[in-house]
Design a protein around this ligand. Structure first.
Ligand code: R5P
Length: 306
């Protein structure tokens, strides 16, 4: 069977290059440019006929990235690709999985239908799904979830003595627990109440039993940084040392470094699912495993006539 082809959307070239060696796969060129009126022109440069194509596109700030992605997938299909898959190390548009007020667009489902129409499989690291059990429930195509708790645990194990893994809210409990299990370390989840986009309050339980531990705050996304900053303050107020913060997806919508410094955090590191100066945990191998699984599943998917 021929090697899969990898297409990097703009900004994803470094990850695509690393994956080419790891999968293994062959790179295919892509040209993307904007017309003066803001429309995108996308061109796949290479012969994709009969081949599996993996598009690499991390989807932070997704509004400007979704249309070029759909155009690239459509072009690959029109050129005769056998299957077109997406590796979205970070997939945006997952938070709104219900209409909280009448008339709100349930964007997680709508974007899920859009991507399902143009792709044969999707691979996502640590998707931000809370009320939906599995990412696959949002898609009509195979949706593979890549877990990075083991990579984070290795990072912590190499740098931290007596870690206490802390999730900043109840939803982060399973993630904190998975990391702690790898380490054989204790974990806790704090209680967060969200009052607005940049306004959260966080309460810590009695932590006196953990006073000798090094707190490590872990979360899937750091966006405005308010969650990590408030959680840091709650841990310090509870008598613990300054925590190190670890997030999977470096979305960084605001000046997160300033908020964390003011709060008294010991530092912040992220994985390389979204390129950023704080990327210190390389999860490329985990992503490669997810892509291999997607290739296998898409190749063996049987479409029964309805
Ligand atoms: C919420 O459910 C997520 O897991 C994160 O805690 C949240 O997205 C972080 O957002 P921010 O950095 O804006 O507080």
């Amino acid at each position: 069977m021929s090697l899969p082809l990898v297409v990097a959307m703009p900004g994803n070239e470094a990850l695509a290059g690393a994956l080419e060696g790891m999968l293994p796969a062959v790179g295919v060129g892509l040209e993307v440019r904007r017309f003066p009126d803001g429309e995108s022109l996308v061109r796949v440069v290479g012969d994709v006929r009969g081949r599996d194509v993996v598009i690499i596109a991390t989807l932070d700030q997704p509004d400007s990235k979704l249309v070029p992605l759909i155009l690239a997938a459509g072009a690959a299909r029109d050129l005769g690709a056998a299957r077109v898959m997406l590796l979205a190390p970070h997939l945006g548009y997952l938070r709104q999985d219900a209409a909280f007020r009448p008339g709100e667009a349930v964007s997680a489902r709508i974007v899920g239908r859009l991507l399902s129409a143009w792709l044969d499989a999707i691979v996502v690291a640590e998707p931000h799904v809370h009320r939906i059990e599995r990412l696959e429930d949002l898609y009509e195509i195979p949706a593979i979830e890549v877990r990075v708790d083991a990579a984070i645990a290795r990072h912590v194990a190499a740098r931290c003595e007596r870690p206490l893994i802390v999730g900043p809210d109840l939803e982060s409990g399973p993630f904190a627990s998975a990391i702690a299990t790898h380490l054989g370390a204790p974990w806790i989840a704090l209680r967060k109440t969200r009052h607005g986009d940049r306004d959260v309050t966080i309460e810590a339980p009695d932590l006196s039993a953990h006073s000798g531990c090094t707190p490590v705050l872990v979360d899937d996304i750091v966006s405005t940084g308010r969650t990590m900053a408030r959680a840091t303050r709650a841990l310090l107020a509870a008598g613990l040392r300054a925590p190190t913060c670890i997030a999977v997806h470096a979305v960084f919508a605001d000046d997160v470094a300033a908020h964390l410094a003011q709060a008294g955090a010991a530092g912040l590191v992220t994985t390389n699912t979204v390129p950023h100066a704080t990327n210190a945990i390389d999860v490329t191998e985990d992503l490669a495993v997810g892509v291999r699984e997607a290739l296998l599943r898409a190749r063996h998917e049987v479409h029964l006539p309805s």
